[in-house]
Unconditional design. Sequence first.
Length: 255
Amino acid sequence: MKALTDKELMELAPSVFTTKKSEKVSKKYSFIPTINVVNDMRKLGWEVFNATQQKPRSVNDIAHTKHLVRLRNTSIGLINESVPEIVLTNSHDGRNAFKLHAGIFRLVCSNGMVIADTTIDNIRIKHQWYDFEDIKVITDRMVKKVPEMIKKMNLLNNVILSDDEQIKFAEKAIITRWPKGNEKINVEDLLSPTRKADRGDDLWRIFNVIQEKLVKGGLVFNDKKEKMQKIRPVTNIDRQVTMNKDLWELTEAYV
């Protein structure tokens, strides 16, 4: 998988290239174009591999809506067929600070995750200051946390869950998307892997199977009228990040 060009990034998340702040923000708001941060991270060896942006409330907000950018440094090796990432989120409407989260991208299923703050703290950059040296310090700090990430993933690989434990884990995982639960979802279907590489009773594989289905959707269920329906993917950026972190934190509790 190749890094995205600016043209490809523009197609996925045009708000990354916005050069003017929203008229709705205060005079104290200091505008920091996301592309400036992206380019500075490129200088440090971090390239963009994926991006998305929120559907705006109106056409007038499209240039300032929230966006998410996933960056990788090719000098960092694979971890269990997964790639460490830095996940950047931001908007230009005054509602969000820059945030940098630690992430993982699984090559086997082309699925990206965000790691809970209990493992690696997310870092906020307020729209009142920005400096290249600060970004360098932040990225170096996150790279130094990679060994801790590897250790955690190895621990998850070594935890074996019984059938009953898997069901209880899946029931708790459902709540990360539906706080009141969802009786339509068959827990066994949620636990059923879609590919051979995900077959197994270790916590790492079970977590990945459930995370992919809850976030990316696609799981089939019967509605009240006994009609077949599919779970829709989670497209809201805040929900994506929160769900991923909640799932990771739930998984960590088993170690």
